[in-house]
Design a protein around this ligand. Structure first.
Ligand SMILES: Cc1cc2nc3c(=O)[nH]c(=O)nc-3n(C[C@H](O)[C@H](O)[C@H](O)COP(=O)(O)OP(=O)(O)OC[C@H]3O[C@@H](n4cnc5c(N)ncnc54)[C@H](O)[C@@H]3O)c2cc1C
Length: 456
């Protein structure tokens, strides 16, 4: 099976999927697609499609010749997540020519990270989730994408980075750190730690899915009942697995939701069969005759086949720190996304922008649009409107716009079963945040209009 790409708009025809909307059945070979078929997106004919080689996923580093001419040095983006690729797409809208290099320590496939926690619900494999490989992304972006390549050092004075073995040096005119966030690993003991998975990227997802099959897993213990933990709990239940979720706080999504809303999510998931242990910490994971035994600090144990750890993420700041760039909770930037080093910028999950660390998609897209302009000669500060977060718990949909830290006000609630409308208002009656579950999520648009921007 091969894939063909429209050279005008980038739409991909995949023989495996066909184009059922136009009556072309899955499995239809390209040569059997009617000659008068037109690109559904831009209307060009078959002759404007090119064979897209399915370049194999690279498992060895590949480097190109170092660029040594600093005057004509490329723009370099570190990271090919939604932030790195998102910025590259925006950049190309303003500048089609400047050489662009993207460097990533993974295989460079483009994918939507939020979809990782919907894999069972939507019956999607790793390959289904991967939208394009690094080669196709490079062609689309007119960029060079270096995969499986770790950047070890940034020499900010000479504007160069050292990659891989630290012997390849690349000059940059502008450098963007879009390095994402690392999962936090809770301190857990035991001989079963190789059965504890964190699913924070496509490769993690693939490892986890492989382990689920290999272990013929029926039951998963989740550490963490926050956004990621609850999404995976619901997804595993939808996949037909049993779950037990442990969180030291008192209810679902405790750091994002006020109690009545969190309890509604908990009740809805319990109705679907999820089990929760609120209060204790996981202290050990040990191998058992079959699967693992998970020990809690209240003396209880949980039997499971595998464990998913979902206790949160921390911006990746190591590279910036080691290179003398200011870091705090994230890589510190101003609203132009400039770091403390000249011509070095940061965005996405790794960045702390004007004091805000927001590890969500909407902020990074706002950053990508602003930074693309800045990099192409129109300095543009990033602004954040109100950006409610939708949490993918189909058992009880959730939309939340948490009030800013330290905001003064009070929550009030309308509760009807698992449908909760929570509003956080100040003494003057201004809406500063909201939490909606179940049917109440339909009121998101109306409430969002009332919210103040996060960063005007
Ligand atoms: C399961 C899950 C569900 C989510 N759901 C939602 C949701 O519903 N809504 C929402 O808004 N957000 C959601 N998020 C958060 C959202 O997905 C992230 O905010 C976003 O994807 C971060 O993108 P990023 O590009 O900053 O980081 P990443 O996607 O992590 O990309 C980081 C890149 O940097 C590279 N890299 C790291 N270190 C190096 C190095 N030293 N050298 C070279 N390259 C390096 C990595 O290989 C990678 O390419 C979810 C996250 C998860 C895990």
């Amino acid at each position: 099976m091969s894939r063909w790409e429209c050279i005008v708009c980038g739409l991909v025809y995949d023989e495996k999927e066909g184009w059922p909307d136009d009556g072309i059945a899955p499995g239809t070979k390209w040569e059997d697609v009617p000659e008068d078929w037109l690109c559904p997106d831009c209307g060009v004919g078959k002759e404007d499609f090119e064979l897209l080689e399915e370049s194999p996923i690279e498992d060895t580093p590949h480097h190109e010749e170092p660029v040594v001419d600093k005057v004509h040095a490329p723009v370099v983006i570190l990271g090919t997540g939604l932030a790195g690729y998102g910025l590259a797409k925006e950049f190309r809208k303003h500048d089609a020519e400047t050489p662009l290099i993207l460097i990533t320590s993974d295989d460079g496939r483009s994918y939507s990270k939020p979809m990782l926690s919907t894999g069972y619900t939507k019956d999607m494999s790793t390959d289904d989730l991967a939208q394009m490989d690094a080669g196709s992304m490079g062609r689309m972006l007119k960029a060079s994408v270096w995969t499986m390549t770790k950047v070890g050092e940034i020499d900010t004075a000479n504007q160069l980075i050292k990659v891989g073995d630290n012997e390849t040096a690349v000059h940059y005119s502008k450098l963007v750190l879009a390095l994402g966030a690392d999962v936090i690993r809770p301190p857990i003991e035991g001989d079963g730690l190789d059965k504890v998975y964190s699913i924070n990227d496509l490769l993690d997802f693939d490892d986890f899915r492989t382990a689920m099959k290999k272990n013929d897993a029926k039951k998963v213990c989740l550490i963490g009942g926050g956004l990621i933990g609850c999404e995976y709990t619901n997804d595993l239940i939808n996949g037909g697995f049993a779950t037990e979720t442990v969180d030291p706080l008192g209810y679902c999504l405790p750091t994002l939701l006020p109690e009545p809303a969190g309890k509604a999510v908990q009740a809805a998931l319990e109705e679907k069969g999820a089990k929760f242990h609120f209060g204790p910490l996981v202290t050990a994971v040990n191998n058992a005759d079959s699967g693992v035994k998970v020990s809690l600090n209240n003396g209880e144990t949980i039997d499971a086949d595998l464990v998913v750890s979902a206790v949160g993420v921390r911006p990746r700041v190591d590279l910036a720190q080691a290179s003398g760039i200011n870091t705090n909770r994230g890589v510190v930037t101003n609203r132009l996304l400039e770091t403390s080093a000249p011509n070095v910028y940061a965005m996405g999950d790794c960045a702390e922008v004007n004091g805000h660390v927001l590890v969500y998609v909407a902020p990074l897209m706002a950053q990508a649009r602003a930074l693309a302009k800045t990099l192409t000669g129109e300095p543009t500060e990033v602004s954040y409107p109100a950006m409610p977060v939708t949490i993918k718990v189909p058992a009880c949909p959730v939309t939340v716009a948490p009030p800013a830290q330290g905001a003064e006000g009070e929550w009030s609630f309308e509760i009807d079963g698992n449908n909760v409308k929570g509003e956080f208002r100040n003494a003057a009656g201004d809406l500063l945040g909201f939490a909606l579950t179940g049917d109440a999520t339909k009121q998101k648009m109306a409430l969002q209009k009332e919210l103040p921007p996060i960063m005007p």
